[in-house]
Ligand binder design. Structure first.
Ligand code: 2BA
Ligand code: 2BA
Length: 109
């Protein structure tokens, strides 16, 4: 068995959760925050049998989209420069960041 940790964008989370229910894939949804953008994203924990891992990853890939997000650049603290104002920067946010971990034990009481 494997634990898939999937960090995805909030916009895709409802659709992905619906897909999991429809396909009988058990999952837990957590609200999370990206360390860089400091914006909300969604983390799914999905415990699955080894043979289902590839199918789950493919489902996540087809459900979640890459998007561009605008953030304000940090202000420059070099006061010798005139450009000490913040300015908008486009950041490409991936459809999903995935980790697949081995599970030593799976128990439910
Ligand atoms: P939920 O996903 O909200 O599921 C609540 C209960 O609904 C489950 O209890 C189970 O009895 C039933 N259930 C869930 N998915 C089902 C499905 N596809 N078909 C039929 N019945 C289904 P538990 O199995 O005790 O799970 C309690 C909570 O533990 C789950 O809440 C979920 O958040 C988490 N969980 C369970 N198995 C998981 C797994 N393999 N991976 C990640 N999280 C899991
Ligand atoms: P954030 O940390 O808010 O990052 C959002 C996007 O900003 C990233 O998209 C990446 O394109 C960019 N970015 C992040 N850190 C950067 C840096 N130090 N310099 C320049 N650009 C940077 P993704 O790579 O698709 O990541 C989306 C979200 O997935 C991240 O949100 C974070 O919550 C999570 N994530 C990505 N890689 C991770 C890792 N290695 N470990 C844990 N979480 C990760």
């Amino acid at each position: 068995m494997k634990l898939i940790v999937a960090i995805i964008q909030n916009q895709d989370s409802k659709r992905l959760a619906d897909e999991f229910v429809e396909k009988g894939i058990r999952a837990t949804k957590l609200s999370s925050t990206g360390g860089f953008l400091r914006a909300g994203n969604t983390t799914f924990l999905i415990g699955v049998e080894d043979r289902r891992v590839e199918g789950v990853l493919a489902l996540i890939k087809e459900t979640c989209s890459t998007r561009s997000q605008t953030m304000m650049s940090p202000p420059s603290y070099d006061f010798t420069l005139e450009s000490d104002l913040t300015y908008p920067v486009d950041v490409e946010v991936g459809g999903a960041t995935l980790f697949v971990l081995p599970i030593d034990q799976f128990q439910q009481y």
